[in-house]
Design a protein around this ligand. Structure first.
Ligand SMILES: [Zn+2]
Length: 296
């Protein structure tokens, strides 16, 4: 018997059981063929497409009553989009536990970031995807793109990267960096910064991608190779966050020097930098206070 929410007609997890089964089948196929974009019948959700409906459908199809869910947007648990999605999950999955702590979560839905804290084999990361196909910049026909993916023909994508190098002396893609999975399919890893791309490689956690508007699901299964496209003489680089003197910038709040930083411009035009991952920043503050013997 499906769980039903108390006092209303909605199924546990909002989606009906047939919809959940179809999404789970797509997930299994996506895991079996790492990086392959599996089509699915993306359902209408009570929010606009583009607001994370693809990620949300994955979350709701996978969620069980014992799940501990974390929802982040741009690294923060308290942004409007993350709060709305979390409230919707709480409303349609009565009794579900939610958290802001990466370490305590079993299912993480995210937009634009992978948490700084390394994920574990007991966790699943769901990324919301606006545009699933990295070949769309070089080939408008989906039919032709499918053939190119099948043949692992990414020569036109590599030419595009090469043109960047000729024009700008480096590859200028800052987000959605094309990444080859398990030596074959190249994926759009969703708009995560380059900083997060290496976390896809050999990840202990299952990473799932859901594109609601484009009706595609794909996966980077645990311990799978994920290689950003690059050239032997122009290697892939992450953002380096060094100041003019070559010093690695620190987070203005917690002081750590090994996280992805957001830039804030003050009224006077001065710039400050702070961790994008709010849970990582909170934990670091506590660690520093603990080391100094101050009460938390
Ligand atoms: Zn910080």
């Amino acid at each position: 018997m499906p769980h039903t929410t108390r006092g209303n007609a909605y199924n546990f997890g909002f989606l009906d059981e047939y919809a959940k089964k179809e999404i789970r089948r797509a997930v299994l196929k996506a895991i079996a063929i790492p990086g392959y974009q599996v089509p699915y019948a993306s359902r209408e959700m009570p929010m606009g497409r583009g607001f994370g409906t693809g990620g949300l459908q994955l979350t709701l199809a996978l969620i069980g009553p014992d799940e501990v869910v974390k929802v982040i947007d741009q690294g923060a648990d308290d942004s409007v989009n993350a709060v709305n999605l979390r409230q919707f999950i709480e409303m349609t999955c009565p009794g579900i536990a939610t958290t802001t702590k990466t370490a305590e979560s079993s299912l993480i839905q995210s937009r634009h970031r992978i948490p700084e804290r390394p994920l574990t084999s007991t966790q699943i990361l769901v990324l919301q995807v606006p545009y699933p196909d990295p070949l769309v910049v070089v080939e408008p026909s989906e039919d032709k793109r499918k053939t190119m993916h099948g043949e692992a023909d990414y020569s036109r994508l590599l030419v595009k990267l090469y043109e960047d190098i000729v024009k700008f002396d480096e590859i200028t893609i800052s987000h959605r960096y094309p990444t080859r999975i398990n030596g074959h399919y190249v994926i759009d890893p969703s708009p995560i910064p380059r900083w997060d791309v290496p976390k896809l490689n050999d990840s202990a956690a299952l990473i799932l991608f859901g594109a609601g508007r484009e009706k595609k699901i794909y996966a980077v299964p645990p311990h799978t190779r994920a290689e950003p496209l690059a050239f032997s003489d122009v290697p892939f680089r992450v953002e380096d966050f060094r100041d003019a003197a070559g010093q690695r910038r620190a987070c203005a709040r917690c002081g750590c020097t090994d996280s992805f930083l957001d830039e804030f411009v003050g009224d006077s035009g001065s710039k400050t930098y702070q961790c994008s991952d709010s849970d990582w920043c909170d934990e670091y503050v506590l660690r520093v206070e603990h080391a100094q013997g101050e009460p938390a």
